[in-house]
Design a protein around this ligand. Structure first.
Ligand SMILES: [Fe+2]
Length: 466
């Protein structure tokens, strides 16, 4: 079904229509030229044979006049058999005034009436038995006393015509193939910039505003490409402004959540930092790290929908209170649900409380059902929570926190991520200087957004299509 749709779309393209038009024109012209040349050449060869036959028969008639008048059969025989030396002559004869053969190269026909029904062959149609009969009257003193008859072999001419036909057919076919290939190639090249524009427009239709195209081709295409690029740049700029505004609002919301709880202040920035360090240690690519850092900063956004009294409650939570707090990943997902440019971050945030053994929330995912970024975020989140003060307990020391995380290897956390965390931990900035630096960096949030849309990302556009 999809293939049929693609084919029908191809048949509607300008490239197909122009190619079909010019190819049809080329095929028609080639066939007409081939047929015309064939007819001309065939006529030429038969005319040549007929002229030759006419000359020979005329000479025979002139030379035979005196001998026929004298009834010199010996001389007439010499003249007739001399004609046979020409390989094109099949037979020769001298006829009397009644059309009977006086002398004939085929002795059996002497005395027979051998004149053809049509005395002169007006047409050049191929005669029966591949023969051409040519007759010339013999006049002496203005009086017709007999007729000279020559039968010519046209087989060599027919062979030449056959060879000509095959040669012309092959040449015409080759010309048509080459011509059509050239037409399709040239039209394809001429319309390529339009194809690039069309693909770019489709990409923009799908929301990719980073698309830019090379301004090459004809003057009209160059101008069109220039206008297109300016238009997409304007759209891209406006879109970024809108996204930046939205992101700053979300950041402010997240900051407000943190600010409302003195115990969790700086938590999101530290989780983002730890996640970044683990991902860099695992040699994850730049785009992965950027999304993870942003997800780390927004991961507790959903706590905006959690009752503050429960959130800041000193002491243990009952099951209802826990269920209430456990809604925060889903609330964050719902807040970000319609935000196209934060789709990946949203998918990381929703799993940051899932566990490797499947006992986490909100969905109870396990193992590789949890994305790698979500697994990293889970370890970083837990580590910062344990090493920070909470309403219900003082912070743990580093050693104890590391022991707990090691103990959760293969249970709460992915063993590979725990190993990477433990290796990266040796290079973590100490807590005191980290808190100090994060405060100075204005919570480190705006820079994160700027880097999400670096110039390197902009280069992944349609330019490569050219
Ligand atoms: Fe959380």
């Amino acid at each position: 079904m999809a293939l049929r749709l693609k084919e029908s779309t191809f048949f509607k393209t300008i490239k197909f229509k122009l190619s079909a038009l010019f190819c049809s024109f080329t095929i028609t012209l080639s066939i007409l030229a081939g047929v015309t040349f064939y007819d001309y050449k065939k006529d030429f060869l038969f005319n040549q044979l007929k002229e030759n036959a006419g000359t020979l028969s005329k000479n025979l008639a002139i030379n035979a006049g005196a001998a026929l008048l004298d009834s010199d059969e010996m001389q007439l025989s010499v003249l007739v058999f001399t004609e046979l030396k020409n390989p094109s002559v099949l037979s020769a004869a001298i006829l009397d005034h009644e059309g009977k053969a006086l002398i004939h190269s085929d002795i059996k026909k002497i005395g027979d009436a051998v004149l053809p029904e049509n005395s002169f062959q007006e047409k050049l149609d191929i005669p029966k038995e591949n023969q051409l009969k040519e007759i010339k009257p013999i006049f002496v003193n203005g009086k017709k006393i007999g007729t000279a008859l020559l039968t010519m072999d046209i087989s060599p001419v027919l062979k030449k015509v056959d060879t000509l036909k095959m040669g012309l057919f092959t040449a015409t076919l080759a010309f048509i193939c080459f011509g059509c290939y050239l037409i399709i190639h040239v039209i394809g090249n001429l319309l390529e910039p339009l194809g690039v524009l069309s693909q770019a427009a489709v990409k923009i239709g799908h929301g990719d505003l980073s698309v830019r195209i090379h301004e090459n081709g004809g003057e009209e295409i160059r101008k069109l490409s220039n206008v297109f690029n300016k238009m997409t740049e304007g759209l891209d700029h406006a879109n970024r402004n809108a996204e930046e505004g939205y992101l700053q609002s979300v950041m402010a919301l997240s900051a407000a959540v943190e600010a409302s709880d003195p115990y969790t202040r700086g938590h999101c920035d530290r989780v983002a930092y730890y996640s970044e360090q683990i991902a860099l240690h695992m040699e994850m690519d730049k785009a992965f790290v950027k999304k993870l850092v942003l997800a780390g900063q927004l991961h507790d956004l959903g706590k905006i929908g959690v009752d503050k009294e429960i959130l800041c409650k000193p002491g243990h939570l009952d099951s209802d209170e826990f269920d209430h707090i456990a809604r925060h990943p889903m609330i964050a997902w719902q807040i970000l649900e319609s935000v196209q440019f934060l789709t990946k971050e949203r998918d990381i945030i929703i799993v940051h409380h899932e566990r490797f053994d499947g006992k986490g929330y909100p969905k109870g995912l396990c193992g590789d059902q949890i994305c790698p970024a979500g697994k990293i975020l889970a370890v970083a989140d837990c580590y910062d929570a344990m090493t920070s003060n909470r309403p219900y307990r003082r912070h743990m020391d580093e050693k104890k926190a590391l022991e707990i995380i090691k103990g959760e290897r293969g249970k709460q956390f992915d063993p590979d991520i725990v190993n990477a965390f433990l290796e990266a931990h040796a290079f973590f900035e100490d807590r005191e200087s980290l808190d100090k630096r994060l405060e100075i960096s204005s919570r480190g949030r705006v820079w994160c957004y700027d880097e999400t849309f670096s110039e390197a990302d902009q280069n992944t556009n349609l330019a490569v299509l050219n």
